[in-house]
Ligand binder design. Structure first.
Ligand SMILES: [Zn+2]
Ligand SMILES: [Zn+2]
Length: 282
């Protein structure tokens, strides 16, 4: 049963479900990819997802770790996999051990420490690549990338039997192709992500844009978050088909956020934007 309402976005055959308000809670799941970016307070709807990709250790992003593991165990599911920056692995283990003692049941967990550049396989044809962000010590973001094989152009016209013959001879007729499906930045200050091709070309970008008003520029700086002006500079250099904004502040009403986005971004970019918490009542 749903513990509370989550926002729901559908992009082609992919769903994004989640809740993300700055300082309160952030959890963003993509069930078809079997990943949940950050865990928030572990709403029930995300418990069946096998992989949690944690960006950093702030409470509003990480509080639900123990409940997620415990509830999967309770429901007879396999231990959940949690990817987290490697510097957080020790405190995460300590929390899991403490909860195990408190609860009287050992919490099974598959913990994986990650650092920028690491890759982790999610499904046979799907993996995540880790990249650095600028928010807290060791903080990271994740791209989920599909692996496909594509036939080399020189062999494209061949018939089935000819292909079989070449394969028999041990000739490589195809080459690996990477298709970045979704990139989640987590909490971060402005970073020029246009240096990373798989982020530039990611079909979906899920990005924080916390602050909107001019007087909130200092807050963005102090909390290591993005202000709309930095967000505009960031997405200008990217080519994502869809951009999902998360982590909006409660200090600015949603209707004002929408207006400021419209006034600040070029129409071509504004048309690609979806606000995860579009229906937030403020
Ligand atoms: Zn946050
Ligand atoms: Zn944070």
């Amino acid at each position: 049963m749903a513990s509370y309402n989550l926002a729901h976005i559908k992009i082609d055959d992919l769903e994004i479900i989640g809740y993300s308000v700055a300082g309160e809670e952030t959890v963003v799941a993509m069930p078809q990819l079997d990943v949940c970016f950050d865990i928030g307070k572990a709403p029930n709807q995300i418990i069946p997802i096998n992989n949690v990709l944690l960006t950093h250790g702030h409470m509003d992003h990480a509080a639900g770790i123990a409940y997620y593991l415990s509830h999967r165990n309770f429901c007879g599911q396999s231990p959940g996999t949690i990817l987290a920056p490697e510097n957080l692995l020790k405190p995460i283990r300590e929390i899991i051990d403490a909860w195990s003692r408190l609860d009287g049941n050992k919490l099974p967990a598959n913990l994986v420490g990650v650092k920028p550049g690491d890759e982790y396989q999610i499904k046979p044809n799907l993996f995540t690549r880790v990249f650095p962000t600028k928010h807290s010590k060791g903080s990271v973001g994740y791209s989920v990338i599909e692996k496909r094989k594509k036939i080399k152009p020189e062999y494209a016209e061949l018939t089935g039997p000819q292909i079989v013959e070449l394969k028999k001879q041990g000739i490589e007729i195809d080459y690996p192709l990477e298709i970045p499906i979704a990139t989640y930045l987590g909490d971060t200050q402005y970073v020029d992500f246009s240096q990373l091709k798989y982020i530039v070309e990611s079909k979906i970008l899920i990005a924080e844009c916390t602050f909107y008003q001019t007087e909130h520029t200092n807050r963005a700086e102090a909390g290591r978050h993005m202000h709309i002006n930095e967000f505009a500079a960031l997405i200008e250099k990217l080519q994502n088909e869809h951009i999902v904004i998360t982590h909006t502040t409660q200090r600015t009403p949603m209707r004002d956020i929408r207006r400021i986005l419209k006034d600040t971004l070029p129409t071509e970019k504004y048309d690609k934007i979806v606000l995860l918490m579009a229906n937030r009542r403020r």
